[in-house]
Design a protein around this ligand. Structure first.
Ligand code: ZN
Ligand code: ZN
Length: 255
């Protein structure tokens, strides 16, 4: 009986010591989003790592703790939108605060602590017309794609749904490039979110696959004009895709 009591006392001491946050912290393998991002980048071939590192919007998303979390529940049923485009953003609409075209793109930036839903115009210290999607802290094309991904799939883009695009980071401007985009886009389900490199400018763009066929995919995006945050939903053939996009930077699978 005495030994039993001593055991209880010793055991309770052990439990209370381990319940102290500092011990709990030391014993877990907790890493911040930034640390996990750095580890991921270090694991990639340098060319692919540089492709990601040169995309500040993507880096911003990938450094969030939530991006690396596996705590989101497994999706069981689609309960928000079951088809694309979503009702609020048909072809020809605008992904903007007031529903009209933007005229702020020369001056606007991410919000600086003022609003988590609109862009920020630094020289006038005011809010602009571009919507910011707070789920990933992105605006314009990436804000739209991340927002639509969430509405359709009920989860935010995260490492868990990330697609390995290492074979598609460079799309040659040739027949082999056409075959490569066909292989890549055919492998993804509707609702997938793809970050591409534009052949014309070298800049980055985000798109959602809203439909698929044997000859191409329907691309649903915002701000393809780079100026107004206009929403478009149009079919692009394998040839069109290889013409427009010179590489795949990142992608997240539709569910
Ligand atoms: Zn805009
Ligand atoms: Zn703006």
């Amino acid at each position: 009986m005495k030994i039993y009591k001593i055991l209880i006392i010793v055991l309770s001491m052990f439990v209370s010591i381990n319940a102290l946050p500092i011990f709990a912290y030391a014993e877990t393998d907790y890493k911040t989003g930034e640390e996990k991002f750095d580890e991921y980048i270090a694991s990639l071939p340098s060319e692919y790592a540089n492709l990601i590192l040169s995309d500040i919007e993507l880096v911003k998303t990938m450094k969030q703790d939530s991006y690396w979390s596996n705590s989101e529940p497994n999706k069981i049923t689609r309960n928000t939108y079951d088809s694309l485009p979503v009702p609020g953003y048909p072809n020809g609409s605008y992904y903007t605060h007031n529903g009209g075209p933007c005229s702020c793109h020369d001056d606007c930036d991410y919000n600086i602590g003022i609003s988590n839903s609109r862009c920020y115009i630094e020289n006038t210290n005011s809010l602009g017309n571009c919507k910011v999607y707070s789920g990933t802290g992105s605006m314009q094309c990436k804000g739209f794609a991340d927002h639509i991904y969430y509405l359709y799939n009920d989860v935010n883009v995260s490492a868990r749904y990330s697609v390995n695009v290492s074979s598609y980071t460079t799309i040659p401007h040739s027949e082999s490039g056409i075959n490569l985009v066909e292989e890549f886009f055919s492998s993804l389900p509707v609702g997938s979110n793809v970050r591409v490199k534009m052949r014309s400018t070298g800049g980055r763009h985000s798109i959602i696959i809203s439909n698929k066929s044997s000859t191409g995919v329907t691309v649903y995006d915002a701000n393809s004009d780079g100026e107004t945050c206009i929403v478009k939903n149009r079919f692009l053939s394998w040839e069109d895709l290889a013409e427009k996009y010179s590489g795949i930077v990142s992608a997240w699978r539709g569910l």
